[in-house]
Design a protein around this ligand. Sequence first.
Ligand SMILES: [Cu+2]
Length: 333
Amino acid sequence: MIRGRPTKLCLVFATLLGALVLGGCEGGQSALHPAGRGAEDIAQLFWWMWSGAALIWLAVMAIAFYATQARPEAHSEAGARWLILGAGVAFPIVLLTVLLMYGLAMMPGLSATADADLRIEVAGEQWWWRVRYQTEEGEAVELANEIRLPVGRRVVLELSSPDVIHSFWVPSLGGKMDMIPGRVNQLLLEPTRTGVFRGVCAEYCGSSHALMKFEAVVMPVDEFDSWLAAQAQPAQPPQDEAARRGMQAFARNGCSACHAIRGTEADGIMGPDLTHVGSRLTLAAGILGTDVDDFTHWIAQTHRIKPDAYMPAFDMLPEQELRDMAYYLSELE
Ligand SMILES: [Cu+2]
C-alpha cells in the first residue's frame, strides 16, 4: 500500500511533464510536425528512437520489479551473468549498430545538394538574416528575416556568416546547419506543404542571439513566382506628402549609409535592404510587426528592443520625423 503511492505520484508527474513538453511542440516551430522532406526523415528517426527507448525502459522496469518485488529472493549467479552479457553487452551492440546504419543511410538524402531547383544565399548577421535570391535577369533580390520557398521544390540554401558562427534551423522543414565565417555550407530544404514556419538561430552568437528569428514562408509555386517578381521591382516612389517627408528624413539622418532602398539614392549594405520592408511579416528578425507603430518603436528604441544591435537608436529625433520615416517605410510594399 505504502509502496504503491510514490510510484503513482511519479506516474502522474511524468504524464503531466510529458504533456507540457509535447504541448510545446505544436505550431510552426516543431520538428514533430514536419512540413519538409528532411524534417520528415528526422522525425521518423526520432520516433524510432523514442519508441525503442520507451520499450527498453519498460523492459528494465519489468526486470527490476521482478527481481525486487515478484521474486525478491537471491537469484543464481549464472543467470545474472547471462543477463548482463545478453542484455547489457550483446543487445546494446546490436541495437546501436542497427540505429547507426539507419541514421547513416539517411544522410545522403539529407545532403544531396547537386540538383537544386532554386538556390538562396542566407547570411547570419548579428542579429538578423540576410537573404539573397538570384533572379533570372541576373539581378540579386535581397531581403531580411524572411525566406520564401516554393512548395514541392528542391531548394538549396547557401549558408554563410561574415563574422561569428550562427546556426540555421527551421525545425518544421529540415535539419540544422552551422553558418561559419569563411565557408559556404549547403542545406537542402524540400517543403511538402504550404504555411508559415518559424526559424531560429540555434548557436549562441552574442547578446541578442535569442532575438534572431525569421519566418520561412512556403507558397504555391505560381504565388512564389509573382512574389519574387514583385520583390525584384525597385521601391515605389512616395505616394503622398507624409511619405515624401519620410523619405527626405531617411536621407537627412544618414539611414542610407547602412540601408539600401533600390530605386533611390540609399545604397548602404551594412543593415537590411529596405526596398520592400513594408511587405514583410516582421521587423528586426521576428521581434516586431510591420505597422507604423512598430517602425517608430524600432527606430527610436532600437537597443531597448534588441540590446547591442548594430544600428544607432534615433530617439533624439522629433516624434513627427520618426513617424514620417516609419510611415514611408511601412508603405514600401
Ligand atoms: Cu545567431
